[in-house]
Design a protein around this ligand. Structure first.
Ligand code: SAM
Length: 252
């Protein structure tokens, strides 16, 4: 997968050199480039923001540097191409925004199948709306929110998205089975995990996990998932009763 990031703080993304994603980059599974938005300015102060039309607090990111930066990354398109199949297969351009659609595991899975993602990190009060409107006319644009809170900039949101998407790219996580039984993969939160020792500071591992009975372990884990989800994220549970939330048939 190719990933381009545009930011006024490219140094934020240095951590993508380490851990699983760093190894994925070295292995050629992820080809990642970070672009400094200020490289696309033409004044002495490398200005990327200005006051908002209509008044109000804060500054807004100017459209010109964004236009030049994105033009340098996105394939040139004839404006008359809008709606053609080629356009539908071009890069996905993602602007993190608290006013966007909510980022989810399902979206991460969908984006992990894309060959090319471009992220535009906003700062200040955000980016001039015409940047979004212009590029929406040239390709696939999504405004994506990490959650219902406001960050100082898009960098942390992009890091979280890239980590969630990146680990779903085949080959990035060594054991693909570890991706299957995770929170949000089957609509529920994951069950609690334990490792050795069996007893620690007076707390024992639940005996069922030491029983060697795989059916009983699967049933216990499923019940833990349901109980946990009901306790902290009841919004994730289906409206029906627990009949739909039984241990999987192959757990017997
Ligand atoms: N004035 C904007 C609003 O109220 O919607 C918030 C701007 S915020 C201070 C600056 C930048 O941080 C945004 O342009 C966006 O890139 C990023 N950002 C802030 N909160 C975010 C969130 N919850 N999800 C994704 N990106 C976020």
């Amino acid at each position: 997968m190719r990933i381009d990031i545009i930011s006024i703080f490219p140094e934020f993304f240095g951590v993508l050199d380490i851990s699983l994603l760093g190894r994925a980059r070295q292995a050629g599974l992820i080809d990642l480039a970070v672009h400094n938005l200020r490289d696309f300015t033409h004044d002495r102060h490398n200005t990327v923001d200005d006051t908002p039309y209509g008044g109000g607090a804060g500054m807004v990111m100017k459209p010109e540097p964004w236009g030049e930066a994105l033009d340098s990354i996105l394939p040139a398109t004839d404006e008359t191409d809008a709606g053609t199949p080629e356009r539908a297969t071009g890069p996905v351009l993602i602007f993190p925004s608290p006013a966007g659609e909510q980022f989810t595991q399902a979206m991460a899975r969908e984006l992990a199948r894309e060959p090319h993602l471009v992220f535009g990190c906003g700062r200040y009060e955000g980016i001039d709306q015409r940047v979004v409107d212009h590029f929406a006319g040239r390709g696939r644009v999504r405004l994506v929110s990490l959650g219902d809170y406001v960050l100082n900039g898009g960098e942390v949101a992009v890091m979280a998205m890239i980590e969630a998407i990146g680990r779903l790219i085949p080959g990035v996580v060594g054991n693909p089975e570890s991706l299957v039984e995770e929170s949000h993969e089957d609509g529920l939160l994951e069950y609690p995990s334990y490792t050795k020792p069996a007893s620690w500071r007076g707390l024992d591992v639940p005996p069922v996990l030491l029983s060697g009975n795989h059916g009983a372990i699967a049933a216990w884990r499923r019940q833990q998932q349901i109980d946990r989800t009901r306790a902290v994220r009841p919004d994730l549970l289906p409206a029906e009763d627990d009949a739909d939330l039984q241990p999987p048939a192959n757990s017997k």
